[in-house]
Design a protein around this ligand. Structure first.
Ligand SMILES: [Zn+2]
Length: 168
């Protein structure tokens, strides 16, 4: 039995613009031989605090996910207070490692594209195993400070980076 797929969330113009920037970075990641994921951290005034793409393939570092790499760039440069007002845009739903990095950075808001359930479809895994894995929301819900989590959004656009990208 297939579980219901998560419903798409509508974004305003600003959120859509930055999520599309993250999706463009996912395409950059893929063109360089990595898994297709990108992330952008944006301040309340709209300035980009950090951005990164997944670099697993080009570095061999299994922790080089886009979101964790973006946090690694932003964290030394900005205070926890500044990061509390920031939004991290990710082309795909963050994994628990990245959710942990977002928690430690004190980033207050996350907007993501394709969800983990649909991603499993691209990876050729069974869609009904969603309960076997923790989600980023499990981490954010357990957080001692509030972390708003918005997604999935722009599913069609964020899915496009994954078409044919997971053949083994
Ligand atoms: Zn991750």
């Amino acid at each position: 039995m297939h579980p219901a797929l998560p419903e798409e969330v509508a974004l305003d113009e600003r959120d859509g613009r930055y999520l599309r920037q993250a999706i463009a970075l996912a395409d950059t990641a893929r063109s360089r031989g990595n898994r297709p994921f990108g992330a952008v951290i944006v301040a309340p005034d709209g300035s980009v605090m950090a951005q990164a793409w997944n670099a697993n393939g080009e570095t061999g570092d299994c922790t080089a996910h886009a979101e964790t790499s973006a946090v690694r760039l932003a964290s030394p440069r900005f205070s926890r207070e500044e990061l509390a007002g920031a939004t991290l845009y990710s082309s795909g739903e963050p994994c628990v490692m990245c959710a942990g990095a977002i928690f430690w950075a004190n980033i207050g808001r996350v907007v993501y594209g394709i969800d983990a359930v649909r991603l499993r479809g691209f990876r050729g895994e069974r869609l009904d195993q969603r309960d076997a894995e923790l989600s980023c929301r499990d981490v954010f819900t357990a957080s001692t400070h509030p972390i708003e989590c918005v997604g999935p959004a722009l599913i069609e656009e964020s899915s496009a980076s994954h078409v044919g990208a997971w053949k083994v």
